[in-house]
Design a protein around this ligand. Structure first.
Ligand code: PMP
Length: 461
């Protein structure tokens, strides 16, 4: 039996209505090279969303392949409980150098896990336990952004605020305080920058009402606030919504003034995706906890990291008998193959794909994507680094969405496959975020493919 048939009989896919899946013909990817994927029939596609935001340097990148092979020649995995290895500490050091931009990143600690959700989960538990052990037992409440998504484990869901993803599990989740997302396009204070054809007078000068709302939430909570959790600059699963420059640094200042820790989820934005190595570096912000995953191995293997400040780490210091240990861990913590890939990927970010490269490729994509403004149902085209999002709406002026049941974005993404492009929308937000190795010709072809798919599903009257 071929893979497609076996899949339909035995496999359960993530975020997928399996009845619908089983009625269709699955695309079976068998090979890839660079930014291109190849299916079982030999058809090729551009990996337009970097295999769900993970791949950085392209597929079958010689340096990463080689690093994994070399590691495989020695050992694939040994336990990180009671042992260490000769790869994970090297990667921890290099990672901290990249985060702190210092050759002596003293005090910071890297806790390894397997994916973005576990990196977030570990961060939340670390913060909660640190508060307890510092005698700040009242500081229990996490504050997080509207529409936020931080993963699917129960803790990560609890600091998320996405109706679609979380409503079925509400009964399992602990409460967190939601503050408005600073996503400019749907700013309820009508402060969004004017777009094509908009009367500039309609949008008023931004007075950082979103920061005011966050300050009010923190003040209401007072000493109950433990940490502010957010994706910096771009909220991925919320629809690639983008924040104005200055929001993050203002939130960091509010937190600092109030003794609230800042936990940044850079699972999607990390490792250059926004045109800076880490999105927080755009605003010179250093969080207390940083969650990383996805691109950490260049998109090769499941590895994740939670980086903690010296202050948080110090809260766990003590004699064994004091039970201040961080009681959390995973079988594959510090996995050698993953860390070898991660080290190789980090080196490529310093050599083949430095931030100047990501920014210039991203700028090329941004300029190409301006074409989408020609379509009457495109409400917003927003780009940061190598992320380009095109939000389609039923009505441009009021920004009214298409009815969700129309699944407009989904149909456009599906149609794009016939135009050489694989991507996945978030609701009605179309996403182009290919690996950094993508060529200018491939970008032009991808934009053209998405444009044709859009015009096929939503004719430009
Ligand atoms: N945080 C963010 C910002 C994410 O985008 C995601 C995944 N889309 C996660 C956490 C969860 O990561 P994973 O799917 O690897 O568990």
């Amino acid at each position: 039996m071929d893979s497609a048939e076996l899949d339909k009989r035995h496999v359960w896919h993530p975020f997928t209505q399996m009845r619908e899946w089983n009625a269709g013909e699955p695309l079976v990817i068998v090979e890839a090279e660079g930014a291109v994927l190849r299916d079982a029939q030999g058809f090729e596609y551009l990996d337009g969303n970097s295999s769900i935001w993970t791949n950085l340097h392209g597929h079958r990148r010689a340096e990463i392949d080689g690093a994994i092979r070399e590691q495989l020649g020695r050992v694939a995995h040994t336990s990180f409980l009671g042992l260490t290895n000769d790869v994970a500490p090297q990667f921890a050091f290099e990672l901290l150098r990249a985060i702190t931009r210092s050759d002596t990143p003293e005090g910071w600690r890297v806790f390894f896990s397997d994916d973005g959700s576990t990196a977030v989960e570990a961060g939340l538990k670390m913060i909660h336990q640190a508060r307890q052990q510092r005698g700040e037992k009242e500081r229990r409440v996490f504050v997080s952004l509207g529409a936020g998504y931080h993963g699917d484990t129960v803790g990560a869901m609890s600091v998320g605020h996405s109706t679609v993803f979380h409503s079925a599990y509400r009964g399992l989740m602990f409460g967190s305080r939601e503050v408005m997302s600073p996503a400019c396009y749907r700013c309820p204070f009508n402060r969004a920058a004017p777009e094509r054809g908009m009367d500039a007078r309609l949008s008023r000068k931004c007075e950082w009402e979103c920061v005011g709302a966050a300050a009010k939430a923190l003040d209401d909570l007072g000493d109950a606030a433990s940490a502010f959790v957010m994706e910096p600059r771009v909220q991925g699963a919320a629809g690639m919504t983008m924040h104005a420059h200055g929001y993050l640094s203002r939130i960091a200042a509010l937190c600092r003034e109030r003794g609230v820790w800042l936990m940044l989820d850079e699972v999607m934005t990390g490792f250059g995706r926004t045109g800076a190595m880490f999105a927080c570096q755009h605003e010179g912000v250093m969080p207390d906890v940083l969650a990383l995953g996805k691109g950490i191995t260049g998109g090769y293997l499941p590895l994740a990291a939670t980086v903690a400040s010296a202050e948080i780490f110090a809260a766990f210091d003590g004699e064994h008998s004091e039970w201040r240990t961080f009681f959390h861990g995973h079988s594959y913590s510090g996995n050698q193959l993953g860390c070898a890939a991660a080290l190789a990927s980090l080196r490529l970010l310093g050599t083949v794909h430095p931030m100047a490269h990501v920014r210039s490729r991203g700028e090329f994509l941004r300029v190409l994507a301006q074409k989408f403004w020609e379509h009457p149902n495109v409400g917003d085209v927003r780009c940061e680094g190598m992320i380009c999002a095109i939000e389609i709406v039923e009505d441009f002026v009021t920004r009214r969405r298409f009815p969700a049941e129309n699944r407009t974005g989904f149909r456009v993404s599906e149609a794009a496959r016939k135009h050489w492009l694989i991507t996945r929308c978030v609701g009605d937000v179309l996403v182009l975020m290919p690996p950094y190795c993508v060529s200018e010709e491939q970008l032009a072809q991808a934009v053209d493919g998405l444009w044709r798919a859009l015009c096929g599903v939503v004719p430009a009257k």
